[in-house]
Design a protein. Structure first.
Ligand SMILES: NC(=O)c1ccc[n+]([C@@H]2O[C@H](COP(=O)([O-])OP(=O)(O)OC[C@H]3O[C@@H](n4cnc5c(N)ncnc54)[C@H](O)[C@@H]3O)[C@@H](O)[C@H]2O)c1
Length: 439
């Protein structure tokens, strides 16, 4: 099948590559000429495990190509995916739909026959109808508009795409449904369902799924905060909750709140969708508030420990990406922590296994970038763990003690056991678990 993917970001690049991997002829388009230039030069502009290998193979075998020329990419494509960004708009509520609308116009003016236009971007209810209208205004050729939200997780995107839990397809045409089922059939041989529904329900499904995941995160973070105050241990409480099959263990890890390009904006978007039809989605408003506070909790602990005397101190930060196995720092909790420390007059040394280049764009020369995690804590007053990269789980604790000015660790991801940290001689502040003081 000849496929065009408009928008070559985390979603478009992964989707395009995986469709090529199943034998389709895929062209990925982006308006960002630098991004396409890097891809044409054999470079992968994002860090996503396993992606580079798949891109190289499919480019070599002639099934995957990259261009900035939308017209040539759309011509003769039977399916055109819109996978452009839908960032939060400046007013903080509804997503900015400019890029989706432009992509629809571009497809409309370039298509030269029947085309299935697929919204893969996360878009509010009503977008399929809006895209249909734009296409009707810009082409005389027949088309169908499909809503096919993406559920991949950065860091595990390839696996999620090749083996999805489900595929959601919102359609109003039998023909388009059959084309989409055919396209996805190689990925659901394990028995995952392809759920065919109307466009509006498919659009809502994506927001509802992300909202419920965000609810779980803010819930467990609030319980963790309560545990700290009443002397309970979230590690035990989590086991106690999660063993109930109605609840499950997933997404019950306390931490520094959710970040990334999806949950924060999608939560705000569903609040906006409700507001637009006269409903107050107070649950999701609370989830958003809790999350914003949680992102600042580690700084609160740091300030309390040092009695507010932070000016002139040095902090080492391990982890900048909003989660492990990605270089994505959009809405990452590390940003608020670093900004708070800088505003308090601290020197900040940062390390992340993959997000250092992205971090330079965020912090410029206001922090010190350390190639090794241990370099970040040399002479530091304390270590702050912000992202739970696997390589941080078994560090050389003796070396850490030698390097730190004092053995103090603020752990926003509960990487280590408080009891072990005490016996190793650390003062240790986890989330929702008893903190311990070095003897
Ligand atoms: N990142 C994720 O994990 C994830 C998961 C599921 C869904 N989504 C959703 O998928 C969508 C894309 O997210 P992303 O993270 O891939 O975004 P991204 O910012 O990484 O990539 C978007 C790309 O679209 C390009 N673009 C914008 N307008 C264009 C146009 N008219 N023509 C061609 N290219 C254009 C941009 O230059 C950019 O490269 C969003 O709606 C997001 O909410 C993201």
């Amino acid at each position: 099948m000849k496929i065009c993917v408009i928008g070559t970001g985390y979603v478009g690049l992964v989707a395009g590559t995986c469709f090529a991997e199943s034998g389709n002829d895929v062209t990925c388009v982006d308006i960002d000429a630098a991004k396409i230039g890097r891809l044409l030069a054999g470079e992968v502009p994002i860090y996503e495990p396993g992606l580079e290998e798949l891109i190289v193979r499919n480019v070599e075998e002639g099934r995957l190509s990259f261009t900035t020329d939308v017209e040539s990419a759309v011509k003769s494509a039977i399916v055109c995916f819109i996978a452009v960004g839908t960032p939060q708009s400046a007013d903080g509520g509804a997503p900015d739909m400019r890029y989706v609308h432009q992509a629809a116009r571009d497809i409309g003016s370039a298509m030269d026959g029947y085309c299935v236009v697929v919204n893969k971007s996360t878009v509010p209810v009503g977008t399929a109808a809006a895209v249909r209208k734009i296409l009707a205004e810009s082409t005389k050729h027949p088309f169908d508009v499909v809503s096919n939200p993406e559920f991949l997780k950065e860091g595990a995107a390839i696996d999620d795409f090749l083996k999805p839990d489900r595929v959601v397809i919102g359609v109003s045409s039998e023909k388009a449904a059959e084309i989409m089922k055919d396209l996805y059939s190689p990925f659901v041989r394990g028995g995952s369902p392809i759920l065919v529904m109307d466009n509006a329900s498919a659009e809502m499904t994506k927001y509802a799924a992300n909202s419920l995941l965000a609810v779980k995160i803010s819930f467990i973070n609030e319980i963790a905060n309560l545990c700290e105050k009443v002397g309970a241990d979230i590690a035990h409480v989590r086991q106690g909750i999660g063993s109930d099959r109605r609840l499950g263990m997933h997404f019950l890890y306390p931490g520094l709140g959710y970040g990334g390009s999806c949950f924060p904006k999608d939560v705000r978007a569903i609040i906006d969708t409700a507001e637009a039809v006269g409903l107050e989605f107070s649950l999701m408003r609370a989830v958003d508030d809790v999350n914003n506070l949680q992102k600042r909790r580690l700084f609160g602990k740091v300030r309390e420990y040092f009695d507010g005397n932070l000016a002139g101190r040095t902090f080492g930060i391990w982890g900048l990406a909003f989660k492990p196995r990605t270089d994505d720092m959009r809405e990452a909790p590390a940003i608020g922590l670093v900004e708070d420390l800088l505003a308090a007059g601290c020197k900040v040394n940062v390390h992340d296994p993959e997000a250092m280049e992205v971090a330079r764009g965020e912090f410029g020369d206001r922090v010190s970038y350390c190639a090794k995690n241990y370099d970040a804590i040399a002479g530091a007053d304390a270590l702050c763990v912000v992202t739970e990269w696997n390589e941080f789980r078994h560090p050389d604790f003796d070396r850490m003690k030698q390097l730190l000015k004092a053995p103090v660790v603020f752990d926003g991801r509960n990487l280590w056991e408080p009891r072990d940290m005490k016996s190793k001689g650390f003062t240790y502040f986890p989330i929702g678990r008893p903190s311990v003081k070095a003897a």
